[in-house]
Design a protein around this ligand. Structure first.
Ligand code: SAH
Length: 395
């Protein structure tokens, strides 16, 4: 089959030769054929040499590359990619592990499948397409998953109503591509239980990307008064409780999140007496609270969803962290995060350092955190590193 040809301007193939997976619209000289959003296109240099193949889309990123070898991607091509991703998760001890059954199987560019996210919750896979190209092959992907997992997977839920590009105007409905509802399923992470609500929850139902950072927090929790700010489903809270925290307070502006947090704490620690959860705005809570906490977690939503709001986002991180530095007890530990892809590691650090300077306190960096191994970063696509965290000791 002949795909439309995207022909690049002179020298614009250089980033593709370094295996970077995006072609920007400004790099295109002309297009031979008339591809629709989501169609497969081949990319060529202006001298007619083949470079790569990817999904075409309308926008600043015009092609999202999934292979640098001339192929005709069909079902077996996609299934092989899923298999490679599964093999990696098995090799690092996540798939088929005894005490964790929630992990990310496909992390977009990090797994050379740009525009696609797949999270596994034991027997259910939750799939999110961020591109029309991936949306178009959703059924093939679902069947490929069942094949790769060989009986260990029963359901594939498709959840892309809110992730497909708005301008593409795709009328899609969330629902099961294969299997049936298992929404009351209790997932396990490092032996702790939680309810994954992929039907109504944010993202695919749980923030899997904080797994290792939660495990680190558990080690510091003993005897401390913990504030879990932006708690969502309460992940950090139940780890802190298992770690022996004196008390844990969970805060989120969403009442639904507070309900989920309470449920998850109850699942792990029935009749827990030292946990409270509050549906309040973060800034208000930090302004009103006493200086009772000696372990604070700040894991806000992405303040910068686009580059054009970067300045405001950095101000937001500075303001938020300044409040924590002001109130945290001497000898306290602050876990602070940013999940905005548009904010670099250096920019985030600078915002946190400025906040520390305002407080005038002595602050030491104990750990520099990032996303876990099931959210891999392609070495050719450093933009894929989106989660940044610092663990700070505040004297
Ligand atoms: N730490 C969580 C993930 C946080 S997601 C985990 O480990 O799973 C970000 C959360 O911030 C969402 O639940 C959202 O409801 C909450 N949020 C957004 N704006 C807020 C605000 N101004 N005050 C308090 N919570 C807020």
């Amino acid at each position: 089959m002949d795909f439309a040809k995207v022909i690049l301007k002179p020298k614009k193939e250089e980033s593709l030769q370094r295996f970077h997976p995006w072609v920007f619209s400004g790099a295109i000289q002309k297009i031979a054929g008339s591809p629709k959003e989501g169609d497969i296109v081949d990319v060529y240099t202006c001298n007619g040499e083949y470079c790569a193949t990817g999904h075409y889309q309308i926008g600043s990123i015009a092609v999202r590359i999934f292979t640098f070898e001339k192929t005709e991607p069909g079902k077996s091509f996609w299934t092989e990619k899923l298999r490679q991703a599964y093999e990696m998760r098995r090799a690092i001890g996540l798939a088929e592990s005894g005490d964790t059954d929630a992990y990310r199987l496909i992390h977009g560019e990090g797994d050379f499948m740009p525009g696609l996210v797949i999270d596994i919750y034991n027997k259910t896979a939750v799939m999110q397409a961020h591109s029309v190209g991936m949306h178009n092959i959703r059924q093939e992907l679902a069947e490929g998953l069942i094949e790769v997992f060989g009986g260990k997977l029963e359901n594939v839920y498709y959840k892309s109503e809110s992730t497909l590009p708005f301008k593409a105007n795709i009328d899609t409905e969330d629902g099961y591509l294969i299997g049936k509802d298992d929404k009351n399923y209790i997932a396990t992470e490092n032996g702790l239980k939680f309810q994954a609500d992929w039907l109504k929850g944010q993202k695919t139902g749980f923030f899997i990307d904080q797994r290792e950072n939660r495990a680190l927090l558990e080690k510091y929790a003993k005897g401390r008064s913990v504030l879990n700010m932006f708690c969502y489903t309460g992940g950090f809270s139940f780890y802190a409780l298992r770690g022996g925290a004196k008390e844990v307070h969970s805060v989120d502006s969403s009442a639904k999140a507070i309900e989920l947090t309470k449920k998850n704490v109850e699942l792990n620690f029935a009749d827990c007496k030292n946990h409270e959860a509050y549906a309040v705005d973060a800034f208000k809570y930090l302004d009103d609270m006493q200086d009772r906490y000696d372990l604070i977690i700040l894991d806000p939503p992405a303040f910068a969803k686009h580059r054009d709001v970067l300045r405001n986002a950095l101000q937001g991180y500075k303001k938020l962290n300044a409040k924590a530095f002001e109130k945290i007890k001497p000898g306290g530990i602050l876990f602070t995060f940013s999940c905005s892809q548009a904010v670099s590691k250096e920019q985030f650090r600078l915002a946190v350092f400025s906040a520390a300077a305002i407080s005038g306190r002595n602050v030491k960096i104990l750990h520099q955190l990032t996303q876990p191994a099931d959210h891999p970063v392609s070495i050719y696509h450093p933009e894929g590193e989106y989660l940044k965290g610092l663990v700070l000791y505040v004297e």
